[in-house]
Design a binder for this molecule. Structure first.
Ligand SMILES: CCCCC/C=C\C/C=C\C=C\CC(=O)SCCNC(=O)CCNC(=O)[C@H](O)C(C)(C)COP(=O)(O)OP(=O)(O)OC[C@H]1O[C@@H](n2cnc3c(N)ncnc32)[C@H](O)[C@@H]1OP(=O)(O)O
Length: 292
């Protein structure tokens, strides 16, 4: 069982926490990994590196999101850790965003369950008491970008194929208001207005210019840079940093929390429309045919 938004929910079949590996790392810290979320703890430094491993593209399926939510809950409750580095184990891809197959051809109850999990991961990451550094080592569209935007600092590997942004309009869908709020808080209103309407995916140089990421570094330096940024952030006393983070983020998170059920209903009715289903299917088909 896992706690989702204060409710205890049964994990769907297939998400078997019993299948977790729990071993001790070299420094004595407990190392745990589910199928798709690898955690590399450095207890001495108080840092855990989370590696997303849902090949081929780290799309955020319901099962993957559920594993990630559980992993974050565990880390948040473990006083050993003060910081998380969020990165990918899939070469060239940070995350392809929400799993389009969860939003196509399913029933309203499924859409509602899925959307609640999407809200939950965002709230968990955005309101985390820990320092979150995104080491973005691959393409990061839509929901992948959103995950990075929840972090306190973003380092992007310098590769023109690693584009980042909220490209929802290109799929014929709309970024929800809380995706938009998170983006506005990061790059400002004018840049967000343009980026959202055009569904812009920024290559590294432009992402840095617009403020979507804080640093662009050669690919082989991404982890060392994330570690050095982390040590700078961890030098700040936790209570002062955490209260400041909460002061900066609470209003944005409360905006969603207050409208959570209405947001789920909006999503379900929007995504169930025939025209939206058609757009998503066409987009998925294009992705599949790209290779042929
Ligand atoms: C008024 C009320 C409003 C309420 C709100 C309403 C709506 C909001 C709803 C939703 C918001 C959604 C946000 C999202 O995150 S949507 C997802 C957007 N993601 C993308 O556009 C990325 C698509 N993928 C890519 O561009 C490329 O795959 C990528 C650059 C990531 C990697 O390229 P690469 O060439 O390496 O790999 P591919 O060959 O393209 O893909 C391999 C394999 O994976 C499948 N796939 C890719 N992305 C997804 C995905 N997001 N979901 C599911 N599956 C994906 C792809 O089809 C290939 O499959 P196969 O051919 O091997 O079977």
């Amino acid at each position: 069982m896992a706690l989702l938004a204060g409710r205890t929910v049964l994990l769907r079949a297939g998400v078997r926490l019993g299948a977790e590996a729990a071993t001790r790392g070299g420094n004595g810290a407990r190392r745990f990994a589910s199928h798709r979320v690898l955690v590399e703890p450095d207890a001495a430094a108080g840092i855990a590196t989370i590696k997303l491993k849902n090949p081929p593209v780290n799309s955020l399926s319901l099962e993957f999101l559920t594993e990630l939510i559980i992993c974050l809950e565990k880390l948040e409750n473990d006083k050993t850790f003060r910081g998380i580095i969020l990165t990918s184990d899939c070469p060239g891809i940070f995350s392809a965003g929400l799993d389009l197959r969860e939003m196509c051809g399913k029933n309203p109850a499924h859409y509602a369950e899925y959307w609640r999990a999407v809200q939950e991961i965002w709230l968990k990451l955005y309101l985390s008491n820990m320092v979150l550094v995104a080491a973005i080592n691959g393409a990061s569209p839509a929901g992948g970008c959103l995950m990075a935007l929840t972090c306190d600092y973003r380092v992007l590997a310098d590769n023109p194929r690693y584009r980042i942004g909220l490209n929802e309009t290109l799929l014929g869908i709309i970024a929800p208001f809380w995706f938009k709020d998170n983006l506005v808080n990061t790059i400002g209103h004018r840049a967000a207005d343009r980026a959202l309407q055009l569904g812009l995916l920024f290559p590294p140089t432009e992402a840095l210019q617009v403020g979507m990421v804080d640093q662009v570094v050669p690919e082989d330096q991404i982890h060392s840079t994330a570690l050095s940024v982390m040590s700078q952030w961890l030098a700040i006393p936790d209570h002062a940093r955490q209260l400041t983070k909460s002061m900066m983020r609470k209003a944005t998170a409360d905006h969603l929390i207050k409208q959570r059920e209405a947001d789920i209903q909006n999503f379900v009715s929007f995504i169930s429309k025939d025209s939206i289903q058609k757009s998503l299917q066409v987009y998925l088909e294009k992705l599949k045919q790209k290779k042929h």
